[in-house]
Design a protein around this ligand. Structure first.
Ligand SMILES: [Zn+2]
Ligand SMILES: [Zn+2]
Length: 274
């Protein structure tokens, strides 16, 4: 689609970036929301050096989609949960359905769950009850916990401490400051950075990345959202991860290949074995 096309320019996909020197994976993608068939998303991702995708559930239908996609495609893995924004009036029966879906061997995480105080779509009580329920499922099934934390850092850390955190905790689209990154590092929580770490106004996020240890770093798209610079405003997909990884390497002052190798190893530890 050409730039002067009538209002469609923003929907056109950016070009394929240069392939990463070492293969990584996308720790958080909404394959069901990206407007491209899954096999095409996998193909373009692989051409960019992104060889696996963890697709995330936000409610029961999208969690079922995630399980089905993971069952169909070798390089897709699933996370299942009810997003904090979707927890209004959440029942034990719904949490039980999440737990049943989690039994599938290609479900490698419970997520995305957590707390969202930016949007008040669900009452805090319901969000907290759901978050605690998801923590319990992650511990019972031995799977990673993928946390959505929006303007709720203190409460997320507090609830994790109160419940006792699962062995593997991932803060998706990490949004805390450098001090919180130190706290996460003390607890061994993984921090997954998304395209917004490349944004001009994201210096506090880059400060957090500077102090986050290499062995706790992950990368994600949160596609179709949060498209990295230089394509901000265009739709996002897993093949655009190289832009984020290269920006992260620059902030960390490490080789791109070294960062990729660390991300790959951290991913296998958190969600593997593949
Ligand atoms: Zn989220
Ligand atoms: Zn998400």
């Amino acid at each position: 689609m050409s730039r002067d096309a009538d209002g469609q320019a923003s929907r056109s996909y950016p070009p394929l970036p240069e392939r990463l020197p070492v293969d990584v994976f996308d720790s958080h993608c909404h394959l069901d929301v990206v407007e491209t068939p899954v096999d095409e998303q996998l193909k373009s991702a692989k051409a960019a050096g992104v060889t696996r995708i963890v697709t995330i559930g936000c409610d029961l239908p999208s969690s079922r989609f995630a399980v089905d996609a993971a069952a169909e495609f070798d390089d897709v893995y699933a996370a299942v949960a009810i997003h904090p924004n979707e927890t209004t009036g959440i029942s034990d029966a719904v949490l039980n359905d999440v737990a049943l879906l989690a039994a599938h061997p290609k479900v490698r995480a419970i997520g995305e769950t957590g707390l969202d105080y930016y949007r008040d779509w669900a009452p805090k009580d319901d969000q907290h009850r759901a978050f605690r329920g998801h923590i319990e499922i992650a511990k019972r099934t031995g799977k990673a916990l993928v946390i959505h934390d929006r303007d709720a850092h203190d409460d997320v850390l507090r609830v994790l401490a109160e419940e006792g955190a699962p062995e593997t905790v991932v803060f998706h689209c990490y949004s805390g400051d450098a001090r919180m990154a130190e706290t996460c590092a003390e607890h061994g929580y993984l921090m997954s950075f998304a395209g917004n770490v490349t944004f001009k106004n994201a210096e506090p996020l880059r400060d957090a990345l500077r102090v986050a240890p290499l062995d706790l770093l992950l990368v994600e798209t949160d596609a179709p959202f949060l498209t990295p610079i230089p394509h901000r405003g265009k739709p996002n997909a897993s093949y655009l991860i190289p832009h984020t990884v290269r920006a992260m390497a620059e902030v960390k002052g490490v080789d791109v290949a070294e960062l990729c190798a660390a991300i790959a190893a951290n991913g296998e530890r958190a969600f593997g074995p593949w």
